[in-house]
Design a protein around this ligand. Sequence first.
Ligand code: ADP
Ligand code: MG
Ligand code: ZN
Length: 476
Amino acid sequence: MKYEAVIGLEIHVELQTRSKIFCGCSTAFGAEPNTNCCPICLGLPGTLPVLNRRAVEYAVKAALALNCQVQEKSVFARKNYFYPDLTKAYQISQERMPLAWGGYLEVDFPTGSRRIHLQRVHLEEEAGKLVHAGDSILSAAYSLADYNRAGLPLLEIVTAPELHSGQEARLFLEELRLLLLYTGVSDVKMEEGSLRCDANISLRPAGSTGLGVRAEVKNLNSFRAVEQALNYEFERQARILAEGGELFQATCHWDDSRKATVVMRRKEEAADYRYFPEPDLPPLVLERSFIEAIREQLPELPRERRRRLQEQYGLSAEEAAMLVEARELADFFEAVAESYRDYRSLANWVQGDLVYRLRESGKSAAELSPAMLVELLELLDAGEISRPVAKELLAEMVKSGVSPKKLVQQRGLGRISDRETLLPLVEQVIAENPDAVENYRKGKEKALAFLVGKVMALTRGRADPQELNRLFREKL
Ligand code: ADP
Ligand code: MG
Ligand code: ZN
């Protein structure tokens, strides 16, 4: 029997507000443990939460970018449970009336592009962070609790079960990350936990509909872990089904060092969180005009930008994707393209030498001056510098930030085309290469290119090849 994977993701995104969702504490990452918390985010008795307006704006912005129906009225609820990272013993979240319903994200898969539908998007608060003393949560001798994270604004995005492989789940998440980055609502740093996901997966006979018994892999915090964990779960479940065994609904943990999922608990029935409307917060009521004003501010999103880059500059789909993915590079490309019209040549320089030099120097394209690249390409087009010199100057320009014109002056790298300088070199090369000279005289044109190349080498690529051709012909 062949099986098909059915996957749905629950994604958590930390919104990049300056203060927490219900109090004024800083959201800065990496502060001393337990220095960014107060009685409100710790949930001490007698304190009152006040909703952060910016968090709502960001949540609405993300929901609109994801084509969701943002609700004019949503309700915060208490989700009650005990866990050491939650001093309040409840989390303020949204349950029956979330901020937004529906929506979708269109993703390019190897099999073609598809809309992956979303079930809901809602706002909630982040819990604290436990640091386990041991290599995993399962073997930790003890854990330390840091409540700096408690109360950060969190957006939860839940997809329909419409993904069908670990690879598709990864591609979906990469596209989602890029979209959130473009909207500016989160720094989406998976390595710092500001984007992470729980992955639900079940199997069904290929070609059938309906849903099988699922396992939920908790807290995946890298694209690679998502893909690997889902591939592992697919194999595990397929083996059990192939042997005629029975699956039970389970909650799993991905053990990255062993590259295996570990079943943490059976999930017989939905946990009862005793949800009830949060008595300390009124329903969240948004005016249409507030929602529409945010829609107006939506920037161009990755998918539109890829299409526009192809149309406007004649880039291939791959080139456009590569630029959009590295947003600063795309911004730089477009800034240069405003005053430099040979887009083909520009694209080649950006994707080739520029990307290489940026990686080498550890810099971002945002640190470069577009005008300097324009200057460099114009020097090249005007024949004032040769291609090898242009490459050298680009490297130097990225490293030092000095303008190409200055570098040419400082180092005397300009094109050499004056007869007085070139003639002695031509004569020297003729004297040193009698065989090539003889071959040329016998009619071998290739020999001329060889001789020109010798002078080019002597001048480190600066001599004007046309002038050299003329001088050699004259002399020979
Ligand atoms: P819970 O809140 O208990 O985790 P939900 O019903 O809200 O459960 O579903 C959470 C996620 O699991 C959603 O992304 C949904 O698409 C996915 N999902 C639900 N049932 C299945 C299934 N049988 N196989 C795969 N994914 C599923
Ligand atoms: Mg879940
Ligand atoms: Zn606080």
